[in-house]
Design a protein around this ligand. Structure first.
Ligand SMILES: Cc1cc2nc3c(=O)[nH]c(=O)nc-3n(C[C@H](O)[C@H](O)[C@H](O)COP(=O)(O)O)c2cc1C
Ligand SMILES: CCCCC(=O)C(=O)O
Length: 322
């Protein structure tokens, strides 16, 4: 019997969910605690309807936008997500190639299973592509410096400092089954071999890396002193924090709640976007992620003030079925 074609992100999620082992599926798909935010991120898009004007010439539309000094094909990029080796052996290398093929940019997670050098090379072998390096504030500042230097040397255009993760979110599925990355996967940017990763729990590993005493005053001037890459803050949900990012001279913000994986019951990113965009307008770049699953969703985010959208899970589902 012929299988149906995958035509939507919902189809892709269903196809990936059939293939992936349950622990991987839950790690990818779940959010924190009661998963209120993970659901509301997508549901927020359903509250808006699109009112079209008709008899417009649409024979030649231009969806490009400038980002990091070059046009991307359309206003969508791929969010940094760790452990892509769980979806496909090529992991982040395949993601980089796909982004390059379609003319969009990619975030590289600190918890990538391939190095930033390998990831940037893989994409650029297909077509010119820009990457950004996602960073957490780390206890080991020397290691953090090495990640920054390697990312800059590999051609990354920006640091995305993830600000919503001083500790790992409480994900019941990960706690219930004591989630552990599968053997054989390393974190080359964190300088951890597969064997070292297996020696502690996922949660303990995160605790041992991430600095929960992080602060604006400590991180931003320090990063500025180390790199010429742009500095963006990922994980902002309030106009007040957009204002603070502007005060600290950051280049951009990603309105994000980490796909509902960190603090549950934070609002859907689309719901806080208009107030954040009002503060940002013209003073700092403003992008969004969380629950974006269609061209209509991208249109709505742009209409409500975002310059560009990013997606996490759809890329993981795509990797799983490829
Ligand atoms: C499996 C998984 C791993 C992730 N790892 C990271 C990470 O290492 N660093 C980070 O800043 N965000 C990480 N994220 C969050 C994404 O960057 C992004 O904010 C989120 O996935 C967007 O929501 P969406 O999945 O609904 O598109 C991860 C998300 C998923 C699903
Ligand atoms: C592999 C660690 C990724 C951590 C993270 O940011 C997440 O799971 O959302």
């Amino acid at each position: 019997m012929a299988t149906d074609k995958i035509v939507s992100i919902a189809d892709l999620q269903a196809a990936a969910s059939k293939i992936l082992p349950s622990s991987t599926r839950e790690f990818f798909n779940s959010g924190a605690t009661d998963q209120v935010t993970v659901h509301e991120n997508s549901a927020a898009y359903r509250k808006y309807r699109i009112l079209p004007r008709v008899l417009k010439d649409v024979s030649n539309v231009n969806t490009t936008i400038p980002l990091f000094g070059r046009d991307i094909a359309f206003p969508l990029c791929v969010s940094p997500a760790g452990l892509q080796g769980m979806a496909h052996p090529d992991g982040e290398l395949a993601t980089s190639r796909a982004c390059a093929k379609y003319g969009i940019n990619m975030g590289v997670s600190s918890y990538a299973n391939h190095s930033v050098e390998q990831i940037t090379t893989a994409g650029n072998e297909v077509a010119p592509i820009h990457h950004v390096m996602q960073l957490y504030s780390m206890k080991d500042r020397e290691k953090e410096k090495r990640i920054i230097r390697r990312a800059e040397a590999a051609g990354c255009k920006a640091i995305f400092l993830t600000a919503d993760s001083p500790v790992l979110g409480v994900r019941y599925n990960e706690v219930r089954k004591t989630f552990q990355p599968p053997a054989g996967l390393a974190y080359p940017m964190m300088e951890k071999t597969s064997e070292q990763i297996q020696q502690q729990s996922h949660d303990d590993g995160f605790k041992s890396f991430n600095d929960d005493s992080h602060s604006w005053a400590r991180e931003i001037p320090w990063l500025r002193s180390l790199t010429k890459m742009e500095i963006w803050i990922k994980g902002i949900l309030t106009p007040e924090d957009v204002e603070t990012a502007i005060e600290y001279g950051c280049d951009g913000v990603i309105i994000s709640n980490h796909g509902g994986r960190q603090l549950d019951e934070t609002p859907a990113t689309l719901d806080v976007l208009p107030a954040c965009a009002k503060v940002a307008r013209g003073r700092i770049r403003i992008h969004i992620d969380g629950g974006i699953r269609s061209g209509n969703d991208i249109f709505k985010a742009l209409a409500l003030g975002a310059e560009c959208c990013w997606v996490g899970r759809p890329m993981l589902w795509g990797l799983a079925v490829s």
